[in-house]
Design a protein around this ligand. Structure first.
Ligand code: ZN
Length: 112
């Protein structure tokens, strides 16, 4: 199972691979291998997001769970979100946006 970088309308871009960004990939890849569910990374610092979005700071990632045939597996999104919330550590927020899972690092340790 794998992390698949594939944007919705344009290539996925990263301005700088900060450690906190790499941490998101690491934890997501472990989940992907354990569950055997592919994870498509559909956006980082690209596309259009809300003004002041952490996507523009290389600090947010959007994930789409995929079946092996490439179709969306939205039923798995809550499982992914729950795992990330439990494992990724303080300073991150994980939001299940239904059509994707948004993960961002804002540095505020809300969970401790
Ligand atoms: Zn997002």
């Amino acid at each position: 199972m794998a992390l698949i970088f594939k944007g919705v309308r344009e290539p996925v871009k990263i301005g700088y691979p900060y450690d906190y960004l790499i941490r998101i990939f690491t934890v997501a890849a472990i989940w992907s291998h354990r569950t055997k569910i592919d994870l498509r990374i559909s956006s980082i610092n690209d596309h259009k997001h809300m003004q002041k979005s952490l996507h523009y700071e290389d600090a947010a990632v959007d994930f789409i769970c995929q079946h092996t045939n490439g179709r969306k597996n939205t039923a798995a999104h809550e499982r992914l979100a729950t795992y990330l919330r439990g494992q990724i550590g303080p300073g991150y927020d994980v939001i299940n946006e239904t059509h994707h899972v948004h993960v961002e690092f804002d540095g505020y340790p809300r969970n401790i």
